[in-house]
Each structure stands twice: as C-alpha cells, then as structure tokens.
Design a protein around this ligand. Structure first.
Ligand SMILES: NC(=O)c1ccc[n+]([C@@H]2O[C@H](COP(=O)([O-])OP(=O)(O)OC[C@H]3O[C@@H](n4cnc5c(N)ncnc54)[C@H](O)[C@@H]3O)[C@@H](O)[C@H]2O)c1
Length: 248
C-alpha cells in the first residue's frame, strides 16, 4: 500500500461541499489528514464536516466566495491560524456550457475569477508559507475540457487550459523550495451535475469512453491523494483520468 505520509498533515480543499470536493474531503480524511474545507455553500459544507468529524477535530469548514480576493485572504488567515497548510487542492470551479454567441461578459469574468484568479491568489498565499517550511503539495483540478476543444467550452475549457499552464509555471517557480504542483484532468465524473443530462445523453457520452463508463469521484480523489503524498517525484504534470478518452 502507498504510504502517503498524509496522517497528521493539513490539507486545504476548495469547493469541498459537494461532488468531487466532498469525495476529496472523504479521501484525505481517511488518510488521517486534517482538512480545511472551503466552500461558498456553508450549509452543505458544515453538514459534510459534521457527518465525517462529529467532534470538529479534524475538519474545519470555512465559508468563502472565491470570486472575492478579500474573502480569499480572510479565509486563508482563518485556516493558517488553525494549522499550517501542507497540501492545497484547488478544486472549486464555476462551470459554464455556452457558445461564443451566448456567453455574457459577466459570465466570462466569473468563470475566470473562480477557475483561475482564485487559484493564483490562494496558491500565492499558501505557497509563501510552504516555501518557508520547505515542503508543500499543490493539486489543481483541471479537466479534459482544457485539453481538447469542445463547442460551448470557450470560457470553462479555456480557463482549464489556463490552469494546466499555471500548474507548469508554478511548478517551475516552486520546485526549488520542495513544493510540487500538479494537475488532474478528469473527463466526466459521476456527480449529480453529470447525471442531470438524462439517461440518453449520458449513454451517448459514455459511448465515447474506451473504458465504457464515467469515473467515480473516488477514483479521481485517489489520484489527488497520490499527488499529495510525501514521496513524489512528479511536478508540473497533468494526470489524465479520462477512461482513455484522450490518449497522449
Ligand atoms: N464533474 C465532472 O464531470 C468534472 C469533469 C472534469 C473536471 N471537473 C472538475 O472537478 C472539480 C469539481 O467538479 P464538481 O463536478 O464536483 O463541481 P460541483 O459544481 O459539483 O462543485 C463545485 C463546488 O465548488 C463550490 N464553488 C463554486 N463557486 C464557488 C465560489 N465562488 N466560491 C467558493 N466555492 C465555490 C460549489 O459550491 C461546489 O461545492 C472542478 O474543478 C471541475 O471543473 C469535473
């Protein structure tokens, strides 16, 4: 079994309240880590934390709107006062499936504020402390949408392509300090959002996946746990978890 070295470490996970974020919280919690769980949806975030950690010892739910740079600073100050962060998982995202003709400038800005600007700001804040301590693991949740063009992906897909680029640049800038930065690029994950397209549309999508199904959130979370483990020589990489949809 992989010794992740995550027991007793502290992991800050954004977009923790539902979907893949909740699976990430469960996976890191099972490793014995402390978790700062950041989400705008306070009720769902607290319910998840209380369910997993009734005594409130190992999970700290933090409410913040990642569109707001001041809220990012305030949230990180709260987390930092609780425990020093060893692992940052930038998982929150603002999805948007609209064509060139439909996207409003406000939607464009919001997608980039959550999917890229917040990652830049939070990474800078957290990495400054990681650099001091000479250790850190940063995992960015990208997407197949950032690797292959798709109609309706102008804002979301481009933000994820930017995230893959940002991962490489930050990996290069932080390597000398023992801080690794990697990305995970899932295709479709079995979340309520994906199920909401309906059985026929889902079957059509699944038909394009060589492994013949979509990923479970747990399968994607496991790759993030691996990339956050103590002993890894990987940095600046993007790990495809797409059932063979894109082989490169
Ligand atoms: N679901 C998929 O099929 C899929 C596929 C590829 C990549 N991804 C990526 O995986 C990650 C998680 O996806 P998901 O499907 O679980 O997403 P989701 O939409 O179910 O959950 C996203 C979480 O982020 C939070 N969030 C959104 N905007 C926020 C903001 N402004 N401030 C704070 N929190 C905010 C939401 O409240 C929510 O809890 C995302 O980065 C997504 O792009 C998902």
């Amino acid at each position: 079994m992989l010794d992740t070295g995550l027991a007793g470490r502290t992991v800050l996970i954004t977009g923790s309240a539902q979907g893949l974020g909740a699976a990430l919280v469960r996976a890191f919690h099972a490793e014995g880590a402390y978790i700062a769980a950041l989400d705008i949806d306070d009720a769902a975030n607290r319910a998840l934390a209380t369910g997993l950690d009734p005594d409130g010892e190992r999970i700290l739910p933090v409410r913040a709107d990642l569109r707001d740079p001041g809220a990012i600073d305030a949230a990180y100050a709260t987390v930092r006062a609780w425990r020093p962060v060893d692992v940052l998982v930038n998982n929150a995202a603002r999805p948007l499936a609209k064509t060139l003709w439909e996207i409003t400038p406000e939607e464009w800005d919001e997608v980039f504020a959550v999917n890229l600007r917040a990652v830049f700001l939070l990474t800078r804040a957290v990495a400054a402390d990681m650099r001091e301590r000479g250790f850190g693991r940063i995992v960015n949740m990208a997407s197949l949408a950032g690797q292959t063009p798709r109609p309706t992906g102008a804002a979301y897909g481009t933000s994820k392509a930017g995230l893959i680029s940002l991962t490489r640049v930050f990996a290069a800038e932080l390597a000398a300090y023992g801080v690794t930065v990697n990305a995970v690029a899932p295709a479709m994950i079995d979340t309520p959002m994906v199920r909401s397209v309906g059985p026929d549309a889902l079957a059509e999508l699944v038909a394009q996946v060589p492994l013949g199904r979509i990923a479970t959130p747990e399968e994607v979370a496991r790759v993030a746990v691996f990339l956050a483990s103590r002993e890894t020589f990987a940095t600046g990489a993007t790990y495809d978890v797409n059932g063979g949809t894109l082989m490169r």
